[in-house]
Every structure is written in structure tokens, then in C-alpha cells.
Design a protein around this ligand. Structure first.
Ligand code: ADP
Ligand code: MG
Length: 696
């Protein structure tokens, strides 16, 4: 068997591969395009296409596809064969630069939120050379952006690339002000930690809710759940270990640096973390990782659940988005430096993030909003729906000293002056303890913990990159005009701390008292998707995002529409599935068991007329009440869903879902779950929590 370094990246047209297959000149201009965004000329594109084709054919590929990320949240691909007729009646394998650079999929079935009228249904895909092409199955996949004919982005990659460009432009201005002339480029780096559940495929197949919605819509608490805290970091079971091994192999072949794997808090819950890379590649890699996790699970007779809340009563799954910014010369701009000057620069970047998170709390909040994630945020296991930043007590102390112009430590008698003093040492250890914060500084990066497990990480990073770019723009505008750089810098940092310290919170984010306190501080709290999403169109948000060229107004309108529509559709499918399961599975089961008990009771009385049949009588009576209640609540749920058809406005629909459909779903669930605990297991129509959570 080959060693890992031998097969790592074997299915990726990566830098090593480019170097080996392209001429020195072609390689150099392609690198310039990748590193600095330089225009790619046709000759170079031709040479790259030819090399890519030869490489793909040598790996057994027969097809290619432009691989893109439409607003559905998953990836899309349409395969074309390399095959073409040859003059002698045979076949040759062809792939031109035109086919590499641009594609024209029929886009009419992808959501566009009104951006693309159906009469001009054709969108186009454009090659993104900054994310390497790879082979999946027999297909060469070329990462691409997806746009309408008028150039509006119909995908998640385009705005992500634009936000990265905005961050680069503004961060470079700051670096130049600090005298850095070497760095050519500043990039955002991301390492997303991915949580998931594994359950046995045979059990999965027996539940319509899991099959249709990815989560259980019914289910009484299992006698054993996560209360023993015996799963987190526990010994990995052989079946899961063999899955992880296979998964790693597949990911490594695709050049994805899967690094850490462990059991998570809930039974059947696990986590995978890759080594961080540029935000664009990390986003593509995370999409691929999710796809491959599911595929490999099937091979092992299991299903990988990526839903944010597959089971009530145990932890749901999220994705921790570790984010930092760094230069092409290898400097992490969120890492405290060694010299006073480096430290002033660090504090400025730190302040830029603090200001960004405070000014654009709503954008960050809505960037992680989905029907699935609404079950987690604020539910005492994931961060609350309120944004705040954890920086740790020591760094807080430093910020406080700067704000108040006072000594940082009692023992010091001189005031700290930025750009002159060395930053007091703070240990990394103390920064990483708080797991309840939605946005934690962990020594040299921020960990944004509100993301849902199934969501693309693109949206969160688009907002983060853009908001930080905006802080940096404001700083650069001021500093470029400053007469005295150091004084202006010092004052600017002080002012940021003073104006934005309300967003800093080092305490327990799960505590109800914090939500009250947050309200006092004026922080926004949007508990659900319908509360959060419309703020995408708030004037300040539109102004910021359009001014950096990340979105056009029309693109923002389309996204609001699509995200809310997606929310409505997801919940509606859940509601319909519940109604279907209640009527065709649960009610018949309850009725059958009641009948069995009633028959038992009369049979017993025939043999032994004095028998009280207390158990049968009690249970039959309770089940009869429950059955009527299930029927009534199913009718109520159906009525709440039908009422949605009365409105064509997606904002109105989403609030109706929040206010009437979701409560009706939870009312129905509670009676069904009670019935589950009374009805004989033999009669219950699908596997219960105890079966599902301990199935592998
Ligand atoms: P943990 O959070 O479990 O303590 P780490 O903090 O070491 O683990 O890493 C978690 C994730 O953060 C990994 O995906 C890692 O690659 C990523 N990460 C580490 N350093 C950085 C950085 N400078 N920028 C972005 N991501 C990073
Ligand atoms: Mg972490």
C-alpha cells in the first residue's frame, strides 16, 4: 500500500502537478494569476487546458465538469465527455481552453431570487484558478464561479472572492502605513471544524423524517443520552474508526488536510477538523468534505447526518470557523508580535475585528441563519443568537488600560504607549477556555462558532471579510491623512475600544443573565431566521457591502428572497412529513395497540370475569385520549400549513411559519412522543431514539 505522502493530493491538479506539466513560462504566468489575480491570457489558458486534460486522462478521467456552488447551498455539476469524433471514424479526447475557462449550463432551475428572468435562463460558469481542479470518480472537476449573463453572482463563490479581494485591498493599505512594503497580498485563512452524526443505514431507511428532512421530527428521550459525558473524546468504536480511516484516505487523495478526528458530546456524534488554508480553498474543501463524508458512510452501511439538530435532547452539530488574516510572506496579522511596532499593528487589526463584529452583528448573525440552525442557537448547547466577542481576561485588561490611559499592571508605574511599549505578555492558554462564546479570540485567530453543520461556510466568511475590510478602510482613510501617525493610531485604537467594548463578553454565553445584560448593552438579538434575514437589506448593510463591491443591491435582494424561501420550504417539508407520519404510521400504531389491549381485556374477562384489567383499561383510556389529541393537532398543523398558501410574500410566509407552523409542529410532537412511551415497542412503526443513537 502507498504511504500517505505518496498518494496525498494525487487527485488534485495542484502546484506540484502544474510545475511538473507546464512550461516554466506558462507556470509563471498561471502563478501570477493565482497569487495576484493577474489576467490570464489565452495562450496560457490553452497550455493549462492541455496539461490538465493529459493529467486527467492519465488518471482515468473520461469527463469534465464546471463545479460550482449555486444558492441551493450544495454543489452542482454537469458532466461532459472529453470524447470527440476523429476524422477516421474513431474517437479522440478533447479539451480546449474555452471549455476550461467558461461554461454555459442551463441555469433556469437554480434559484436566482428574481435575478435572472427565465427568458434569459442561461448563466455562465467561469474558472477560478485560485482553487485547484480535482478528479472525483471519472470526472475532472473545475472549480468555477456562477453568474448571470449580466454578471450578477448566482453563487456563493463569487461574493466570497470579492470579499477576499476587499479585505486584501484594505489590509494592504494598513500594512503600507506601517512601513511594510514586502507583502504583495493579504489573505483570510480558515480551518472549519465539522461535526456530524453516524447512524446505521437500515434504521435510517425506516424513518421518513430522517429520509425527507435529515432530522427526527418525533422521538421520546432515550433513557440514556449524553448525561454520562462518556462519549466526548472517548475511544472510537471499530466501525467508526474504519469509517474515519476510509474518509481520511479519500480526503487526502483530494489534497484536503484532514487532521483531527474525535467523538463529540452526543452519542453517535463526531468531529473532523482540517488544517487551515485560504478561505476560498477552505470553502471548496468543506463542501467536498461534506459530500465525501456522506458517500463513505454509505459504503460502511451508515448514514452521515449533517443536519444541525438531528435529535432533540442531545447536542446538535455546528461548524467552528477558525479565521485569521495573513500575508503572502507568512505573517499572521492576528498574532501579537515581538516589537512595539508589530504590537501596535496587531492591536489595530484586533480592533478592526472588534469594531466589525459590533457594527455588523446583524450580518454575522444572519450569515448563519437557516431553519436547521435555528434549533441550535440559543438552545443552551450552542452559542446564543446574540453576537459577542471573547478575548479573555488578560487581553481585556490590556484593552481596558489602553482605553483609560492607565497602567496595565499595578506594579507598572508608566502608562502604556502604543508603538513604543512592548505589549504585556498574555498567555495563549487563557484565551481558549470559554466554549460558550459565539466569537472567540484564540491566541492568533478568531473562532466563529455559530455556523451550522450543514451550511456552506461561504456566507459567514463573506460577511466577516467584508465587515473587517470596512473597519480597515475607515482606519486607513484616517491614518493616511494623519499628521502624527502614532498619536492618531493611539487615539483611534482607544476610541474603538471605548465605542465597541460592549461587544466584548468573557462570561458564560449560555447564561440567561447574559441575554438580559446584552439587551442592556444594546446588542441585537435575532432568535430565528425570519427575525434575522430581512436585515440583509438594512441601509447600512447594503451601503457597506456594495461599497466594497461584494454584492450589488439586486444580489442582496435576491439572497434575502432565496434564504427566506429556503427556510419556508425546509420547514414546510418537515410539517408535511410530520402530518404524513402521524396519520399513516403513528395513529394506526396507537389504534392497533389499543385494540390489542381491549381484546386482551375482554378475553381475560371471558376466562376470569373478576379480573380488573386495570393495566389494559388505564392504557386504553390514555391512548384513546392521546389518539384524539394527535388527530386534532395534526389537523391544526395541516391548517397552519395551508394558511401559508394565502400569502405569496416570503417575509410574511416566514413569520407565519415561525409563529404558527413551528408551534403546531411542537404541539403535535409532544403528544406523539408521549404515545411512544406508552405503546408497545413491537407496535411502534419506526426505530426510536435509543435504537438510533446507539446504532453503530
Ligand atoms: P482546537 O480549537 O480544537 O483547540 P486548534 O485551535 O488547534 O484546535 O485548531 C482548530 C482549527 O483551527 C483547525 O482547523 C486549525 O487548522 C485551525 N487554525 C489553526 N490556526 C489557524 C489560523 N492561524 N488561521 C485559521 N485557522 C487556524
Ligand atoms: Mg477550536
Amino acid at each position: 500500500m502507498k504511504s500517505v505522502p505518496e498518494y496525498f493530493g494525487s487527485m488534485v491538479f495542484d502546484d506540484k502537478c502544474m510545475k511538473a506539466t507546464l512550461s516554466a513560462d506558462v507556470y509563471k504566468s498561471l502563478r501570477k494569476t493565482i497569487d495576484e489575480g493577474a489576467q490570464l491570457d489565452e495562450g496560457v489558458a490553452n497550455a493549462v487546458a492541455a496539461a490538465m486534460k493529459d493529467w486527467a486522462l492519465s488518471k482515468g478521467a473520461t469527463h469534465y465538469t464546471h463545479w460550482f456552488q449555486p444558492l441551493t447551498g450544495i454543489t452542482a455539476e454537469k458532466h461532459d465527455g472529453f470524447i470527440a469524433p476523429s476524422p477516421d471514424g474513431g474517437a479522440i479526447m478533447e479539451f480546449s481552453s474555452k471549455e476550461l475557462v467558461k461554461g454555459e449550463p442551463d441555469a433556469s432551475s437554480f434559484p436566482s431570487g428574481g435575478l435572472r428572468a427565465t427568458f434569459e435562463a442561461r448563466g455562465y460558469t467561469a474558472w477560478d484558478p485560485t482553487s485547484p481542479a480535482f478528479i472525483k470518480g471519472n470526472t475532472l472537476c473545475i472549480p468555477t464561479a456562477f453568474c448571470s449573463y449580466c454578471g450578477e453572482a448566482l453563487d456563493k463563490k463569487t461574493p466570497l472572492l470579492r470579499s477576499a479581494a476587499a479585505l486584501n485591498a484594505q489590509a494592504l493599505r494598513i500594512l503600507r502605513l506601517f512601513g511594510n512594503t514586502e507583502a504583495k497580498c493579504v489573505r483570510a485563512y480558515v480551518g472549519p471544524e465539522q461535526e456530524y452524526f453516524l447512524i446505521d443505514k437500515e434504521l435510517f431507511d425506516q424513518r421518513y423524517d430522517l429520509r425527507f428532512t435529515g432530522r427526527t421530527l418525533f422521538g421520546a428521550r432515550s433513557p440514556k443520552g449524553q448525561e454520562m459525558e462518556d462519549h466526548y473524546f472517548g475511544v472510537i468504536k471499530p466501525r467508526v474508526a474504519s469509517y474515519m480511516q476510509d474518509l481520511n484516505r479519500e480526503l487526502w487523495k483530494l489534497g484536503i488536510l484532514a487532521k483531527t478526528e474525535h467523538n463529540e458530546v452526543a452519542p453517535a456524534q463526531h468531529e473532523l477538523a482540517p488544517i487551515f488554508t485560504t478561505v476560498n480553498v477552505a470553502t471548496d474543501n468543506n463542501q467536498l468534505t461534506m459530500e465525501i463524508m456522506q458517500k463513505v458512510a454509505l459504503k460502511h452501511g451508515m448514514v452521515c447526518l449533517l443536519h444541525e439538530k438531528p435529535f432533540a435532547g442531545v447536542n446538535g452539530s455546528g461548524k467552528h470557523n477558525n479565521w485569521s488574516i495573513g500575508t503572502d510572506t507568512g505573517a499572521n496579522l492576528l498574532s501579537p508580535g515581538k516589537t512595539p511596532y508589530e504590537n501596535a499593528q496587531f492591536l489595530l487589526f484586533l480592533c478592526a475585528v472588534i469594531k466589525a463584529v459590533d457594527d455588523y452583528q446583524d450580518l454575522l448573525r444572519l450569515s448563519v441563519s437557516t431553519a436547521g440552525n435555528d434549533h441550535r442557537l440559543g438552545a443552551n448547547e450552542a452559542p446564543p443568537a446574540v453576537m459577542s466577542i471573547f478575548v479573555g481576561d488578560e487581553l481585556s485588561g490590556i484593552l481596558d488600560a489602553i482605553e483609560k490611559n492607565k497602567p496595565y499592571q499595578e506594579s507598572r508605574d508608566t502608562l502604556m504607549k502604543l508603538g513604543v511599549d512592548v505589549l504585556p505578555k498574555f498567555s495563549r492558554d487563557t484565551t481558549d477556555r470559554n466554549r460558550t462564546s459565539p466569537f472567540a479570540f484564540t491566541g492568533n485567530k478568531f473562532e466563529f462558532r455559530m455556523l451550522g453543520s450543514s451550511d456552506s461556510i461561504a456566507c459567514a466568511n463573506i460577511m466577516l471579510n467584508s465587515a473587517v475590510a470596512e473597519s480597515l478602510r475607515i482606519y486607513a482613510d484616517r491614518l493616511e491623512r494623519a499628521e502624527d501617525f502614532e498619536t492618531t493610531l493611539h487615539e483611534m485604537i482607544r476610541k474603538t475600544i471605548k465605542n465597541h467594548k460592549r461587544i466584548i463578553f468573557n462570561g458564560n454565553g449560555y447564561d440567561d443573565a447574559w441575554i438580559e445584560e446584552a439587551q442592556k448593552r444594546g446588542l441585537s438579538n435575532y432568535p430565528t431566521t425570519p427575525d434575522a434575514m430581512p436585515h440583509l437589506l438594512d441601509e447600512k448593510n447594503v451601503r457597506m457591502l456594495t461599497s466594497h463591491g461584494v454584492f450589488s443591491k439586486a444580489e442582496l435582494e435576491s439572497r434575502t428572497e432565496i434564504m427566506l424561501d429556503n427556510y419556508c420550504k425546509s420547514v414546510r417539508i418537515e410539517a408535511d412529513t410530520m402530518s404524513f407520519m402521524a396519520r399513516t404510521q403513528i395513529e394506526p400504531a396507537v389504534a392497533s395497540y389499543s385494540r390489542e389491549l381491549a381484546e386482551t381485556c375482554s378475553a381475560k374477562k371471558g376466562v376470569c370475569p373478576a379480573s380488573a384489567c386495570a393495566y389494559e383499561t388505564k392504557v386504553v383510556m390514555r391512548l384513546s385520549e392521546l389518539l384524539d389529541e394527535i388527530e386534532r393537532r395534526t389537523d391544526d398543523l395541516d391548517a397552519a400549513v395551508s394558511a401559508l398558501d394565502g400569502s405569496s410574500d416570503v417575509i410574511a410566509q416566514s413569520t407565519m411559519i415561525r409563529d404558527s407552523v413551528i408551534p403546531a409542529m411542537s404541539d403535535l410532537r409532544s403528544v406523539c412522543d408521549e404515545a411512544e412511551t406508552v405503546v408497545s415497542k413491537k407496535f411502534w412503526p419506526f426505530p426510536v431514539y435509543g435504537d438510533l443513537l446507539f446504532s453503530v
